[in-house]
Design a protein around this ligand. Structure first.
Ligand SMILES: C[S@@+](CC[C@H](N)C(=O)[O-])C[C@H]1O[C@@H](n2cnc3c(N)ncnc32)[C@H](O)[C@@H]1O
Length: 232
């Protein structure tokens, strides 16, 4: 059996080094801007929330604190297991081994769908968008939160690490799909310099990571993101 489902887009940062990715998740957005922005558009109190590409399930406990039911979907076997361990004591959380393209859910069963740092949502993800249209109920919303590679040092480092990535093509794709967008100026704030450096090393190619480390003083990194959403 393969360790991940067909249709999964490799995410080397979390697939190969989930412990370091955990440090990244802990550092990102200490101000809670992302959840506040999403909740201001479509709150999920007492609602059914779907986290697509939930990884190790880092965000499931906070979603489950106010939602009635939280469903995590993740195609990588090891991460499904880690997410299950994390959420074992949470009765309103369930995890499924699945992809965005084949959601194991009935139609009109979700109020709010979220995909964070989900590069599988971009040009070519029409099957995933069709699944969102099928499972999200009328009155619901779908959110995709991702790095804004057009802004800041982080965007520049990303562009140098993944030269094939075209911000223009990504933007044009979402415009064609009719999704709304809002820039979010997130931050990563670390407790230890060694953690910041380890995270930069899993996000960028070795040469770019060393440049990023040299350019970054202290414990904080600006992390420009863009929140995209569609109301159903
Ligand atoms: C960068 S990680 C982010 C994980 C998680 N959202 C978080 O915030 O911690 C991207 C995740 O998307 C998953 N993924 C990749 N392709 C996918 C697909 N086609 N459908 C659903 N998830 C996918 C990866 O396995 C990985 O766990």
């Amino acid at each position: 059996m393969s360790r991940f489902l067909k249709g999964a887009i490799p995410s080397p940062n979390i697939w190969n080094t989930p412990r370091i990715y955990e440090l990244e998740n802990r550092a990102v957005d200490p101000d809670g801007l992302a959840e506040a922005a999403m909740a201001s558009i479509r709150p999920w109190t007492a609602a059914t929330v779907l986290d697509i590409g939930c990884g190790t399930g880092y965000h499931l406990p906070s979603l489950s604190a106010t939602a009635a039911r939280v469903i995590g979907v993740e195609p990588h076997d090891d991460l499904v297991r880690l997410a299950g361990n994390r959420c074992r004591a949470l009765p309103n959380v369930e995890i499924h081994r699945a992809t965005a393209q084949t959601l194991p859910l009935p139609g009109s069963s979700v109020d709010v769908a979220v995909a964070r740092w989900a590069y599988f949502f971009g040009p070519g993800c029409e099957p995933g968008l069709a699944e969102l249209s099928r499972v999200v109920r009328r009155g619901g919303a779908a959110f995709v939160l991702d790095l804004d590679a057009t802004r800041g040092a982080f965007g520049r480092w990303f562009g140098q690490s993944v030269p094939s990535y075209s911000s223009r093509a990504v933007e044009a794709f979402w415009t064609r799909q009719g999704w709304s967008r809002r820039p979010l100026d997130l931050r990563m704030v670390f407790e230890r310099r060694a953690d910041l450096e380890a995270v930069l090393r899993i996000e960028f190619t070795p040469a770019v990571a060393e440049r990023a480390i040299a350019e970054t003083s202290g414990l904080e990194i600006a992390y420009p993101n863009v929140l995209r959403w569609k109301l159903f």
